[in-house]
Design a protein around this ligand. Structure first.
Ligand code: IFM
Length: 398
């Protein structure tokens, strides 16, 4: 179907996303830093300096603003802010406040994620999300972030991809530590219950800091597609991996939709992509239509809560394929807007090439960097996507 170019609705967020541990470098008090140096087999290489964005965030924000983006989603790091239990670093809070101010000064609206996979080592040692007191400990951290988020931050995400946290916990109990591929292992139910409770407490804490902040969380959507006759199997497979987390967002101000690929389900469960399907560097099927399905499914489950695409992209070293993926994905967003879905923004994953939980090889970035000099280079896809922020038009579908 072809649609005329769709203008962004008023205030539509147009940006790119990152996460602290994946770009900052030297996140030495985090659980992941320890994993990376423990000889765990799935960690191919440690994050070390990553993109050194801890020091180079001004360059990153300059580039994004120059390219035409109006929004930047980044996470602040609990392991830096509370490196020892109960000790909050004023210096790190001031660091993240400078980032918020730096974004605003460049015309970038900051969306702040409070937790993106990494926790302080001391929290992990206590037992993590299912430990006694986890809700109170995370809530206390959220309250401590007031100097960062109280002013000038319209959107706050409590927890990134809670469903992946539950899946990783499930995988860890089964002996596999790490960030799993699409087509997911069984989530740990205890972690699911805990993380939903933590989220609801965090939402209250953020509203306590400033009731005008729009607070929500971002759910990884695997676009489960039922093969004929497998509708019930698919629904049962999807519910604990996705829908339970979307349902938990019903009282929120928005929900983040994150999608990359699809997983097809037959009567026996997930089936691999056809042998001749194009695959990205993460081995996921190249499937730009994913975001459209993810938006529509989320809307169906969550009801009347605004949607924001908070992650969408492709790991590739061929930027032409990234451009093609983007064209396909944005046509889906445009079609969903055209059909009346309440979509408030599109934030691409990722602004920068980054540490993909065990390896730097899968490059998701619009911007690459030299690992020795850290010099940044915007890829053609960054120029193309940023320019749409200026024209304020989404391309039509094909
Ligand atoms: O890099 C990750 C990110 O941390 C969470 N969402 C999926 C991305 C790509 O795997």
């Amino acid at each position: 179907m072809t649609h005329a170019p769709t203008p962004f609705p008023e205030g539509f967020l147009w940006g790119a996303s990152t996460a602290a541990h994946q770009i900052e470098g030297n996140n030495t008090n985090s659980d992941w830093w320890r994993k990376e140096h423990s000889g765990t087999s799935h960690v191919q290489e440690p994050s070390l300096d990553a993109a050194d964005s801890y020091h180079r965030w001004p360059e990153d924000m300059d580039l994004l603003a120059e390219l035409g983006f109006t929004d930047y989603r980044f996470s602040i790091e609990w392991a830096r802010i509370e490196p020892a239990r109960g000790h909050f670093s004023r210096a790190e809070l001031a660091h993240y406040r400078r980032m918020v101010d730096g974004a605003l000064a460049r015309g970038l609206r900051p969306m702040v994620t409070l937790h993106h996979f990494t926790v302080p080592q001391w929290f992990e040692d206590l037992g993590g999300w299912t430990a006694e007191g986890a809700v109170e400990l995370f809530t206390r951290y959220v309250e401590a972030t007031a100097p960062v988020i109280a002013e000038g931050v319209e959107y706050v995400c409590t927890i990134n991809e809670p469903n992946m946290i539950a899946v990783m916990a499930g995988a860890a109990k089964a002996g596999n530590v790490g960030f799993p591929p699409a087509g997911l292992p069984t989530p740990d139910e205890e972690t699911t219950r805990a993380i939903v409770e933590v989220h609801h407490a965090a939402v209250r804490a953020v509203r306590g800091i400033n009731p005008d902040i729009k607070v929500g969380w971002t759910v990884a959507n695997q676009v489960y597609q039922a093969l004929p006759g497998a509708e019930e199997v698919t629904a049962a497979y999807r519910h604990p991996r996705e829908d339970v987390f979307i349902e938990a967002a019903r009282g929120d101000d928005w929900i983040g939709v994150q999608s990359y690929t699809r997983t097809r389900i037959g009567p026996e469960g997930p089936i691999p992509a056809p042998a001749d399907a194009e695959r990205t560097l993460t081995q996921w099927e190249y499937y730009p239509a994913a975001v459209g399905h993810a938006l529509r499914h989320t809307a169906e489950v969550v009801g009347d809560v605004p949607l924001i695409v908070t992650e969408n992209g492709i790991a590739t070293d061929d930027d032409e394929r990234r451009l093609a993926y983007l064209r396909g994905a944005l046509a889906e967003v445009a079609a969903a807007l055209h059909d009346g879905l309440d979509i408030r923004g599109y934030l691409h994953w990722s602004a920068l090439d980054n540490y993909e939980w065990g390896s730097f090889a899968p490059t998701f970035g619009l911007i690459s960097y030299d690992p020795v000099t850290f010099e940044r280079t915007a890829k053609p896809s960054a120029v193309w996507l940023g320019a749409l922020g200026r024209t304020r038009e989404l391309p039509g579908g094909e």
